[in-house]
Design a protein around this ligand. Structure first.
Ligand code: NAG
Ligand code: NAG
Ligand code: NAG
Length: 313
């Protein structure tokens, strides 16, 4: 008896030693849901960014609630994410991650630490390897991004206007670039509204983790459900880019901003060094990078689209 008790005590101890993972843990005390607005932002910028972030969380919350309540057979869900039922959990998880992932150390800043804001048309950028948790919001962002109340005003349509027209959708995009937000699940698998719809219709595997599909879905749901814009606010999608356009050796900085509208392009740099720009008078041209391509193609393989945007793979 005694021997058996000793043996089982030793066995328990052995189990305990072999499994140090099985101990009660405090929940992370540094957990926070809010992004930090850096001290480089002055009072005006801080007020605008606080409102923009609140808009962002509102749009993401509406999108998530819509998916949770209406499910994977909802026609709008299927329009952006396809008909594979598994898409449901992925999409719910993406919005949940954006809303509740730990934002400790995630920073929006208003200075220009990498010098990129000086380049024509840049409204902001993810700092990439220089500081993976940090996003720079350049001065130009404050001149022409709109708050949520402006959805469906002034000719805006979900299909025909740049995805980043409103602060909320732009910041959703910027948050997707911060690795800790979705643990790098979301990437760029389409390059504009039309190609995101194309992906959902014919090749939907990547749609639930496609940045543009998620942004467009969130804009669509907000436009219809909250802004009450109906069909008129969804509009018609512009044709997809013609990829036969000529190749250029370098990206962005030599672009003539007058080639596009007044506030021409918004550019940011991806982890692999590729530059990704959006034009304001055409649908946004984004980097199409499969997970594999994002890791392997370090060299800038860029070409210029008819609307002047530069597209790098
Ligand atoms: C904050 O910075 C912006 C951009 O530099 C400037 O236009 C604005 O006047 C500043 N606001 C305050 C309150 O200093
Ligand atoms: C990182 O810093 C370097 C040097 O300042 C700069 O050239 C580069 O553009 C920065 N990267 C990003 C993504 O801003
Ligand atoms: C499906 O989409 C993925 C991601 O964009 C792409 O890599 C793949 O080539 C596409 N497959 C087909 C058959 O179009």
């Amino acid at each position: 008896m005694v021997a058996a008790a000793l043996i089982s005590a030793a066995a328990l101890a052995g189990v305990a030693l072999a499994s140090p993972i099985n101990i009660a843990r405090e929940l992370n005390q540094n957990y926070k849901t809010d992004i930090t607005i850096h001290e480089s932002c002055n009072a005006t910028q801080r007020r605008i960014l606080e409102k923009a972030l609140s808009d962002t969380f509102e749009v993401a919350t509406v999108a998530q609630e819509y998916v949770v309540k209406n499910g994977a057979e909802d026609p709008v869900f299927q329009k952006y994410f396809g008909k594979e039922k598994e898409a449901y959990s992925t999409v719910v998880g993406v919005w949940e991650s954006l809303l509740t992932s730990n934002k400790d150390g995630v920073i929006f800043r208003c200075d220009n630490p990498d010098g990129n804001c000086g380049q024509a048309g840049w409204r902001g950028h993810w700092r990439g390897d220089n500081a993976t948790l940090e996003t720079v919001i350049c001065d130009l962002s404050y001149t022409d991004r709109y708050f949520n109340e402006y959805f469906c005003m002034n000719g805006y349509t979900v299909a025909g206007s740049p995805l980043g027209t409103h602060w909320s959708i732009d910041l959703i995009h910027r948050m997707f670039h911060v690795p800790t937000i979705t643990n790098e699940l979301v990437g760029h698998y389409s390059e504009d509204y039309a190609s995101a719809l194309e992906l959902a219709e014919h090749n939907a595997t990547y749609s639930p983790i496609d940045s543009d599909a998620l942004q467009a879905f969130a804009a669509h749901i907000y436009a219809v459900e909250v802004a009450q814009g109906g069909d008129a606010c969804i509009g018609q999608s512009v044709e997809s880019h013609d990829h036969a356009s000529s190749a250029t050796p370098s990206a962005t900085s030599s672009q003539d901003p007058s080639a596009t509208s007044a506030a021409a392009e918004a550019c940011h740099t991806h982890a692999d060094g590729a530059v990704h720009c959006e034009s304001d008078d055409a649908e946004s041209a984004s980097l199409t990078a499969t997970a594999a391509a994002a890791q392997t193609s370090a060299a800038g393989d860029c070409h210029t689209h008819a609307d002047g945007t530069v597209h790098c793979v």
